[in-house]
Design a protein. Structure first.
Length: 475
């Protein structure tokens, strides 16, 4: 009987890394379930407590809070240890979930989403940080593919739970499901993780208050522009959001303890283009994640459960694509990285044409292009961001991936709210306004995925050039 290969799935799942990997996946599942669950129940929540014009804020508030706390994952682990860090993060997430379930108004719900997002950001950062530490590099691609699988499974659960409660009981009960899952995460972390910090030493540095406030303020400025009636004020808020982002990136490049690795968002580096690829593809995906359910329910009359299933289908497509490309040997990684954003652009352009009037059967095909376009190259993209990071940037490169991902999600939510309100949702929810919103929303975000395609082309060209340069140390 032959021994399994060193990087076989069996070695990953049933070896010494299996239990810590289970903790990481369970933590990420809280975040993954919450996204389609919220998207599915929001139409019912808006009907009860009002706030249609602030619908995208439910996502924006959560994600901005996640960004503000995600950089604290390493600090929390060093201070409280692995187990204590997961306990603190899960407690925040559970408190926010309870607040959302009891919210009497949209402002109260947004406050709960902020607390929930703070816990979710910590959980996500802890997972990516631990994955780099506990997994040998030969397991990285399969570990990221497995994380993508968790997203897909939990997307189904989130959409199903949200739709079930919205259609049959009350949308509030859907948030109650988060509480036992948070408790389970705490218990499993106590069993599956060592109490310490895996031998890490040194201080992560002071909390980057100025940089995070600048980033959060920029996102909130874009989100606020969607709720301003005067066009001049909208333009002012959008233009005003740019200097804080640029200043934050400049301060980060000079900081001793950075949020992003050196070369971040530079079009002249592989890591920089890789991070642009993360941001721009997340922008394209989240437009459908925020407004897909309400557009499907309004334009095509589908129940909440089915509308939520479409959001889940985008995540399932991500999972299927990730698992296929990570499992098959000899995949042309660079070609796949280029094909992904091209698929997404086709999907968004197709949704702009099909969503208003059909044919309805094409919608799931186009949604699969969105999720699958990210999934097929996600493991390869993450691997490059970590592999090509400069010496000493290994940890910051790993933790910058979920931060950048949430950065793209947050801007996607904010910009989608701007486009949706400008296209007609500020005047109320009707079939006519929904048709206008779907056209302009998906057309606008196809621009982001087209730019992602350019970033992928540049990144792969830079990698080919780097591979052609001989290594002086080898001579």
């Amino acid at each position: 009987m032959t021994d399994p290969t060193p990087d076989a799935w069996r070695d990953l799942l049933w070896g010494p890394h299996g239990l810590p990997l289970a903790v990481i996946c369970l933590g990420i599942s809280l975040h993954a379930i919450n996204i389609p669950l919220t998207a599915t129940i929001l139409p019912a929540a808006v009907t009860e407590i009002g706030g249609l014009e602030f619908l995208s804020w439910a996502a924006t508030t959560y994600l901005v809070a996640s960004i503000l706390t995600s950089v604290s994952g390493a600090r929390l682990r060093r201070r409280l240890g692995n187990r204590g860090a997961y306990f603190a993060a899960a407690a925040l997430f559970a408190a926010g979930s309870a607040a959302c379930a009891l919210a009497p108004s949209m402002p109260a719900m947004l406050a709960g989403r902020a607390v929930q997002g703070a816990g979710g950001g910590l959980i996500l950062a802890l997972g990516y940080s631990l994955l780099r530490i506990v997994m040998p590099e030969r397991f990285w691609a399969k570990s990221f593919a497995l994380v993508s699988g968790v997203w897909g499974i939990c997307a189904i659960l989130g959409a199903f739970i949200g739709g079930l409660f919205a259609d049959l009981w009350s949308w509030r009960g859907a948030y109650g499901v988060m509480l036992p899952l948070a408790l389970l995460l705490v218990l499993l972390a106590q069993i599956g993780l060592p109490p310490g910090t895996d031998g890490e030493r040194g201080s992560p540095g002071p909390y980057p208050v100025r940089r995070l406030m600048l980033i959060g303020g920029s996102i909130l400025a874009v989100a606020s522009s969607g709720n301003v009636a005067e066009p001049a004020w909208r333009v002012a808020l959008i233009l005003g959001s740019l200097p804080p982002i640029l200043l934050a990136l400049r301060l980060d490049a000079r900081a001793e303890h950075r949020l992003w690795p050196r070369g971040a968002f530079s079009v002249h580096s592989i890591v920089g283009n890789g991070l642009w690829l993360v941001v721009l593809t997340m922008l394209g995906l989240y437009a459908f994640g925020v407004y897909g359910p309400i557009l499907l329910q309004t334009l095509h009359g589908v129940p909440a459960t089915v509308a939520g299933a479409f959001v889940a289908w985008s995540s399932i497509s991500w999972t299927i694509g990730a698992l296929i490309t990570a499992s098959l040997p000899g995949m042309p990684e660079r070609a796949i990285l280029i094909a992904g954003p091209a698929m997404m652009t086709v999907g968004l352009l197709g949704l702009a044409a099909v969503m208003p009037a059909g044919p309805f059967w094409l919608v799931p095909v186009l949604v699969a292009c969105l999720g699958g376009g990210i999934g097929i190259g996600w493991a390869f993209l993450n691997k490059r961001i970590m592999r090509f990071a400069e010496p000493g940037d290994a940890e910051v490169a790993a933790t910058s991936i979920p931060t950048t991902q949430m950065f793209g999600f947050a801007f996607g939510a904010a910009l989608s709210g701007l486009v949706a309100n400008a296209a007609g949702f500020s005047e109320g929810l009707t079939v006519e306004s929904a048709a206008r919103v779907s056209l302009w929303l998906f057309l606008s975000f196809a621009t982001a995925t087209a730019l992602a395609l350019l970033a992928a082309l540049r990144m792969t060209a830079q990698e080919r050039a780097a591979a052609a340069i001989p290594d002086p140390s080898a001579s």
